[in-house]
Design a protein around this ligand. Structure first.
Ligand code: PA5
Length: 462
């Protein structure tokens, strides 16, 4: 039932450029302070697994939705932390990805996290708009992509169902309880809402209604998701610094980054877990990539998170990983047990090429591939760790979310930066609003246009 971290491959046998066990242990006492600071100011997102009212609200709203209109499709409109958690959950825990084959009675599920007109337009033409429920997710209520999607989808649904009253039933807005455009709209027009709790930022919100409502709508065991997260939270709280796997993970990554290994590869060996790596990328990048330290000094710190999926990317990226620059740290995500045992069947048994497969199972093959890659990376002196989930279910995915969130928070503390702000993202959001002529952003729009015009373009065509 436990989440298991194998750190063996993170330590170099001797000094030199690498990280030895001794150097890690020497750094541990200083890391204890970052850990103590984290627990002393336990953040709001870490309380989520114990706050049952959020799940109850999501379940109540889901029941209301099913009673109030026909339901064949469910779409999340949200971007960044407002969409990635739902995508990761749907890919990990839906029967065969919900988009293709939902369980009986559950809707097909989509996460729409772009305003690409080709993609969105085609989707709108293909989905049964009168049997659709839409969950608009935006903590700030001011993200222009989500606003654009909302207007487009609302208008299409309204036309399909014939009235605003009918259309409103088909929308649930997940947003801040007090502030933002969507809150205002919901209060004025009468949309049903779910809450993004105070102090919970987008990338730490998967265990709030942001992830829970899509999970409930898709028929997942959201209670177990929270229980898994609560288990990790409780175990980490009780552990000593030496026994805290999230601290070990954070510290080893920070120390390797200081040694020039500033590409961090998340490498799930489970196709279902592949979008957990997308969720991790945002968590690690947006939380730890910062210009300023907490003391105001300019640090331009952070590591670049990269996604690789086993065994698929053995035939794509692993050549680079084994023989290219030694500037990475790898996290292999492993399932101790797959849900199915598929034995390779006997046709063409006489063919020599198929001999090694006969009587073997696909889970054996997956693990052989993973171990083979682990050994190849280690032989090439590449640091890696293995994070093992017992099995693929909501409980263990919940464990993973909490583990990575705590590790990210610890890493922020060790690096002396604020893992909870995102000034770089906000700057881009404001620039987009300005370029769309949003009132209040006239000065910024002028400056951006001036900058764009002052640059002499260098272009080539063929
Ligand atoms: O993690 C974050 O804070 C961001 O990625 C946000 O989730 C993203 O920008 C969307 O913001 P909002 O939920 O306010 O629409």
């Amino acid at each position: 039932m436990a989440l298991h971290l194998d750190l063996t491959g993170l330590f170099s046998p001797s000094d030199g450029e690498g990280l030895t066990r001794e150097a890690f242990l020497q750094a541990l006492p200083a890391a204890e302070q970052a850990r103590a600071d984290h627990w002393a100011a336990k953040p709001a997102w870490q309380e989520l697994p114990g706050q049952h009212r959020h799940l109850e609200n999501c379940q109540a709203r889901a029941r209301q939705v099913r009673e109030s209109h026909p339901l064949e499709a469910f779409a999340v409109l949200g971007i960044g932390g407002s969409g990635l958690g739902a995508s990761a959950l749907l890919h990990a825990l839906s029967p065969v990805y919900q988009e293709w084959r939902p369980q009986k009675g559950d809707p097909k599920c989509f996460v729409l996290d772009s305003v690409d007109p080709d993609w969105l337009g085609e989707w709108l033409e293909s989905v049964p708009l009168d049997k659709l429920h839409v969950n608009v997710v935006s903590k700030s209520g001011g993200t222009i992509e989500t606003s654009a999607q909302f207007l487009l989808v609302y208008d299409a649904v309204r036309k399909a169902v014939g009235s605003d009253e009918e259309a409103r039933k088909r929308f649930t807005l997940t947003t801040d309880n007090k502030a933002g455009h969507f809150r205002k709209l919901a209060d004025e027009v009468g949309f049903e809402t779910l809450e993004v709790p105070d102090g919970v930022g987008g990338r730490f919100s998967v265990l709030s209604p942001v992830g829970l409502f899509p999970a409930v709508m898709a028929g997942m065991d959201a209670q177990s998701l929270l229980e898994g997260a609560a288990r990790v939270d409780a175990n980490l709280a009780q552990a000593s610094a030496e026994e805290d796997p999230a601290l070990a993970y954070a510290l080893a990554h920070v120390l390797w980054t200081r040694r020039g290994h500033n590409v961090h590869v998340h490498f799930p060996y489970s196709h279902r877990l592949r979008l957990l790596a997308d969720w991790y990328q945002q968590l690690w990048a947006e939380s730890l990539g910062k210009r300023l330290a907490k003391d105001g000094s300019v640090v331009h710190t952070g590591a670049t998170p990269v996604k690789a999926v086993g065994p698929t990317d053995q035939h794509s990226q692993v050549q680079l990983y084994v023989e290219g620059p030694n500037d990475k740290v790898f996290t292999m995500l492993k399932l101790r047990r797959f849900g199915r045992r598929l034995e390779v069947p006997p046709p063409f048994a006489e063919s020599a090429a198929f001999q090694p497969l006969l009587g073997r199972t696909l889970d054996e093959l997956m693990e052989a591939e993973r171990q083979g890659t682990e050994v190849a990376l280690q032989q090439a002196g590449r640091p890696l760790c293995v994070l093992e989930l017992c099995q693929l279910d909501a409980f263990h995915v919940g464990q993973y979310f909490m583990f990575m969130e705590v590790a990210t928070a610890y890493a922020g503390g060790l690096m002396g930066i604020d893992p909870y702000d995102q000034p770089g993202v906000e700057a881009g959001k404001k620039a987009a609003l300005a370029l769309m002529n949003c009132p209040g952003f006239e000065n910024l729009a002028g400056k951006i246009r001036e900058q764009l015009q002052s640059q002499s373009r260098i272009t080539l065509s063929c």
